[in-house]
Design a binder for this molecule. Structure first.
Ligand code: UDP
Length: 323
């Protein structure tokens, strides 16, 4: 098979490409290298089974050509990270809504199956625990930039599902919950790569808010395993599916665990949200996935717990920092 992976040079995309190539598939990557980088694909570009196109998902002609040649399309290209979304809201909205419109239009033209990676951010500030796929989305005001990401991704979901309803284009939507692992950069604000790097460098470990907010972290290898299974899964067509890990930890406890595992003397620094992100920032207090639907459809169960995730990230960051 020939598989098109948009965003294939990104953190999750590059792990997916490795797994597809290991299975003997041919992989075509389309990535504008805005947040991804070719280093993520190092060692894979032997020219035979992997082709990389540096370009945008907003490029209608290029997308048309690549989709026409593909047997399946994984659409991962997207603005990522709370930091980037707050700093560049125009780019966030245009790349997410515009890019997905172009890719879906081409998939529909050539009747190519399509998988969208959406986000747990779509649940917004809903307070129900855990989040199930049919729960309400609870967004904040349009003046709070963070919500543009959730709204844009929600619109992508609506569009994908609309193609399924109106034309029976095979589409699958997955909502990823805080995915982490080697090669994730801290540049766009993600907590684990940032806190691990700070701990290894002996710099203050920055906990935003009061640290009582919690998250559930999933190893990228668990997510990639599920993405691979979903490709051939008829029962997933037209569905929205949570992918994550239901092991929950507060950010303060996460920072303490990172201190322990890195054996650092670096202190924890509590930083108010408005200092970290600017005035008017809204965070989600808890975000726990209900992963029973993925369990029923593809037998999904996360296999890697938080310590294993942290050990993998610590080993990679140590290597990168030359420690
Ligand atoms: N966070 C933090 N310190 C950092 C970066 C993030 O305390 O250096 C917090 C952030 O405010 C949020 C949580 O960690 O409550 C997860 O942040 P991330 O950006 O990784 O993902 P989110 O779940 O917010 O999309």
């Amino acid at each position: 098979m020939s598989i098109l992976v948009t965003g294939g040079a990104g953190f999750i995309g590059s792990h997916l490409c490795r797994a597809l190539l290991a299975q003997g598939e041919k992989v075509v990557v389309l990535d504008d290298l805005s947040t991804g980088n070719l280093g993520n694909l190092e060692g894979l570009e032997d020219g035979k089974n992997l082709q990389v196109f540096v370009g945008s998902v907003n490029d209608v002609r290029l997308v048309d050509e690549l989709v026409s040649r593909a047997d399946f399309v994984y659409h991962l290209a997207s603005a990522v990270g709370v930091r980037l979304i707050i700093d560049q809201p125009v780019r966030t909205i245009e790349s997410i809504v515009g890019g997905t419109t172009v890719v879906l239009d081409a998939c529909n033209r050539y009747r190519k199956p399509f998988l969208l990676t959406s986000t747990s951010e779509v649940y917004g500030k809903g307070s129900k625990v855990p989040f199930s796929e049919n729960d309400d989305t609870v967004m904040g005001p349009t003046s709070t930039r963070r919500w543009s990401y959730a709204c844009a991704k929600a619109l992508d979901e609506f569009l994908a599902l609309a193609y399924w309803v109106e034309t029976r284009l095979p589409v699958t939507v997955v909502r990823l919950f805080n995915t982490v692992g080697p090669r994730q950069t801290g540049q766009y604000g993600m907590v684990i790569p940032n806190l691990v790097t700070q701990a290894l460098q002996g710099k203050p470990i920055t906990v935003f808010g009061d640290g009582t907010q919690s998250r559930c972290f999933t190893h990228v290898a668990d997510i990639v395993g599920a993405l691979m299974k979903l490709r051939d899964c008829e029962a997933a067509r037209g569905q929205v599916i949570n992918l994550g890990n239901d092991q929950e930890i507060t950010i303060l406890d996460l920072a303490k665990r990172i201190q322990e595992l890195t054996k650092t003397n670096a202190p924890i620094e509590i930083i108010p949200y408005d200092k970290a992100y600017g005035p008017g920032f809204e965070d989600m207090h808890r975000r726990v996935p209900d992963i029973s639907k993925a369990g029923n459809i593809i037998g999904y169960r996360p296999t890697r717990g938080l310590d294993l995730i942290l050990e993998d990230v610590i080993a990679e960051k140590r290597h990168r920092l030359g420690l």
